[in-house]
Design a binder for this molecule. Structure first.
Ligand SMILES: [Ca+2]
Ligand SMILES: [Ca+2]
Length: 453
């Protein structure tokens, strides 16, 4: 995904000079753009754009629509839609076409589903006010600009409205997605909602000189140049995204990484304009077992994660989190996390299971994740109301685990394709550790259990 960063200095809006043009006339000579080498020519309709190799138009029910072409290659449309004015441009030749030179900060990606393909449009907020949406498809660049304040719903309606004139099958309910900066390690985004961009970066640090694990430093430089940092217990970031998760105008940072050898943790962080705020841990950190040890002077302090596992996707109102579960063997599964209604803390949705990727038709999946029963124990087959047993030597695979009170309910599929559940109790005391099925140790129920580490 292309992530654009701020485009630099102040600027002027080329397109806005066109508001007074009447169709069929050429560039007004009293406009400040007249001395630029690119002649802006008004045209009668969108039909004239075919010469430029683009096919754009205003939304079907737009009003005050006017058309122009710059330099024979840049097509432009001015229109009013739902009471708001927009400038819309496209070019098959150039990529930098918006004519907007305000400081821009990327806010989110809007994914618009069309017939057989998806268009990812990046929404930028301009300093002061104004929104720019840019996207590219089949080598053609598009830019939609609104100069004033507008709500996201109106902007999205205008966006899908113009896309519907170019692409077939445009869905009117696009999904807004987070801004991924894990690849570049940096982005510019307005974290605290004051209209000014913060420079966000994440960098891996060696802990060698302090005899500690490698870690990452998150740095946020605000508009005044003040830098705020936080050290995270990850060796590198597998995901680093910025997204206004709760749509309150302030952007949250979602960062996951490997603490040590496949031990993933996640951080959710906000910036309130003066300091970085870390989401409270899902499970309160227990430091009772910590030993006081002498550390090298100046050893960086690292923060405890917000929760364990890594964020796979940041959705609207929920997170898809991958976690490793040690129940009847070690498996990586995905589950759903939600933000607390009344505090800045993320926790597993108690009603969401951990779902494991398993293809019953794939022999390799059976080889690595299949288990064979070595005893008869109670199971509940789907569609039945009473416990049953599986014949000893039945091959099963666990596809899903959910919590029911203190018990883990493990969904399984047999090699023959039959499905059911096994109820498992997990014991973790000073004298005992492991899973029990109906009081019998898991090791007496299966021939082999695959536990990692
Ligand atoms: Ca800001
Ligand atoms: Ca927010």
């Amino acid at each position: 995904m292309i992530v654009k960063i701020a485009k630099g200095a102040l600027a002027l809006l080329l397109a806005l000079g066109m508001a007074g043009c009447t169709s069929g006339t050429s560039t007004p000579t009293d406009s400040p753009i007249a001395n630029l080498p690119n002649p802006m020519v008004s045209v009668d309709s969108a039909d004239a754009f075919s010469a430029a190799g683009v096919n754009i138009d205003a939304p079907a029910d737009a009003t005050d629509v006017s058309y122009y072409i710059i330099s024979g290659t840049l097509a432009g449309v001015q229109f009013t839609y739902d009471g708001e004015e927009y400038t819309y441009r496209a070019s098959a030749k150039d990529s930098n076409i918006s004519g907007i030179y305000y400081e821009l900060t990327a806010q989110c990606i809007v994914m618009v589903e069309c017939d057989g393909f998806c268009v990812d449009a990046t929404v930028y907020a301009a300093e002061d006010k104004g929104k720019l949406v840019e996207w590219e498809h089949d080598g053609i660049h598009y830019a939609l600009w609104h100069a004033g304040d507008t709500d996201d719903e109106k902007l999205t309606a205008a966006l899908t409205g113009v896309m519907a004139r170019t692409f077939n099958g445009v869905q009117s309910d696009p999904v807004s997605a987070s801004l991924d900066f894990s690849k570049d390690g940096e982005c510019e985004v307005d974290l605290d909602g004051d209209g000014l961009a913060e420079k966000v970066s994440i960098a891996a640090q060696s802990g060698e000189q302090y005899m500690i694990q490698d870690y990452c430093t998150l740095s946020v430089k605000d508009a005044s140049g003040a830098e705020h940092t936080m050290n995270l217990q990850i060796q590198w970031a597998t995901i680093a995204t910025a997204y206004d998760f709760d749509a309150d105008g302030r952007t949250e940072l979602f960062i996951s990484g490997d603490m040590e050898s496949d031990d993933f943790v996640s951080y959710v962080i906000r910036f309130d304009g003066s300091e970085l705020i870390l989401a409270a841990p899902e499970v309160p950190y227990d430091n009772s077992g910590d030993m006081l040890i002498d550390v090298e002077p100046g050893t960086p302090q690292t923060e405890e994660p917000s929760f364990y596992g890594y964020i796979d996707t940041v959705n609207d109102g929920s997170l898809t989190v991958n976690q490793t579960l040690d129940i009847l063997g070690t498996r990586g599964g995905s589950t759903t996390y939600l933000m607390d209604a009344d505090s800045f803390r993320f926790a597993k949705d108690p009603s969401a299971p951990w779902v494991f990727r398993f293809d019953t038709n794939n022999a390799e999946d059976w080889e690595y994740m299949g288990m064979e029963t070595s005893a008869e124990f109670p199971v509940r087959m789907d569609g039945t109301q009473e416990d049953a047993t599986l014949p000893i030597g039945t091959e099963i695979a666990i596809t899903e685990i959910s919590l029911d009170g203190e018990e883990y309910v493990c969904r399984f599929v047999t090699r023959a394709g039959e499905e059911g559940t096994i109820r498992v109790t997990f014991v973790n005391t000073d004298t005992d550790y492991g899973c029990y099925i109906n009081g019998v140790s898991e090791y007496d129920c299966f021939t082999v259990l695959h536990y990692a580490g």
